[in-house]
Design a protein around this ligand. Structure first.
Ligand SMILES: [Fe+2]
Length: 291
């Protein structure tokens, strides 16, 4: 049994449209969805967090409307999880549990865990689990014991086509880039312990705005590039350089080699032009000529 997932992340649309860095999320999302319109045989669209740059319901509504129209045309579900920029109230008001059918109706079964928006659904035999790693006001991510226990209980019974786990904060990072450890999922080995020996085929994440893959134990982890901007790892490793360039991933599950990940890039003549350079050590943007 095979499944093909369009994996998007980090749309960062605000109530007024652009994000706090001035990047044009609505344009980036529309352009990307237009450019992937011919990708065949999609079964599911997943958006792994930072839906709304300002945490607003309006930002989430705009993403739901654009992604929902794409999904409805294809008759496939669309699934969302929270990111560090999201606020649970705004997310829930626009997206409910985050698991929506082709017609926009909820298909998710929410986790019975207080204070988080985690849920599970099944798409043609594939179990899709969203986790909520949001820590309000913080950039890093945490999964509490209750959420991990819920995940472990869900995974006790295998699904017909296995499972995917979707969360915003990657449980992996690039060791050579100093700022990354502090902003990803904390205590990733706790998640790794829960996933060991289960039917989870892949963990799908966002947050980094650049593609990245690694393993958590034996489970493949994929970090999809951002929609609103791409983070360009050519800057000095202490700095974060964001450039224009929406990307997404096609994830092929099952089959001979699954999970197979390939990235797609929106066609944009401005791709690669600088949006910001940010210094995490001081929490501010810095001028291009300072590095
Ligand atoms: Fe983001």
């Amino acid at each position: 049994m095979t499944h093909r997932v369009l994996h998007l992340s980090d749309t960062h649309i605000s109530r007024t449209g652009p994000d706090e860095d001035g990047a044009d999320g609505p344009r980036a999302l529309q352009g990307l969805l237009h450019d992937v319109r011919r990708v065949p045989e999609l079964d599911l669209v997943v958006v792994s967090g930072d839906i709304a740059d300002d945490g607003s319901k309006e930002g989430c509504d705009a993403v739901r409307s654009a992604v929902g129209a794409f999904a409805a045309e294809r008759g496939i579900p669309h699934v969302y999880c929270t990111g560090n920029h999201d606020r649970r109230e705004g997310f829930a008001a626009a997206l409910g549990s985050g698991h929506l059918g082709p017609d926009g109706a909820s298909i998710g079964r929410p986790a019975e865990v207080d204070g988080v928006i985690a849920a599970v659904s099944e798409v043609d035999g594939l179990r899709v689990i969203t986790l909520d790693s949001l820590v309000p006001g913080k950039t890093h991510g945490v999964l509490g014991r209750d959420q991990l226990d819920w995940l472990a209980a869900e995974l006790e019974t295998p699904a017909p086509a296995g499972s995917i786990v979707v969360l915003h904060h990657p449980p992996i990072f690039v060791d050579a880039i100093p700022y990354q450890q502090a902003v990803v999922l904390q205590e990733p080995e706790e998640l790794g312990r829960v996933l060991a020996g289960t039917d989870v085929q892949a963990v799908l994440c966002g947050h980094m705005h650049h593609q990245l893959t690694g393993r958590l134990g034996n489970t493949p982890v994929w970090v999809t590039p951002g929609v609103v901007t791409r983070i360009d790892l050519t800057a000095p490793t202490a700095l974060v350089r964001g450039v224009v360039g929406a990307g997404a991933t096609i994830v092929d599950l099952g089959g001979r080699f699954g999970p197979v990940f390939h990235t797609v890039h929106a066609r944009d003549p401005r791709a690669g032009s600088e949006v910001y350079v940010y210094d995490p050590a001081i929490g501010e943007h810095v001028a291009e000529d300072t590095y």
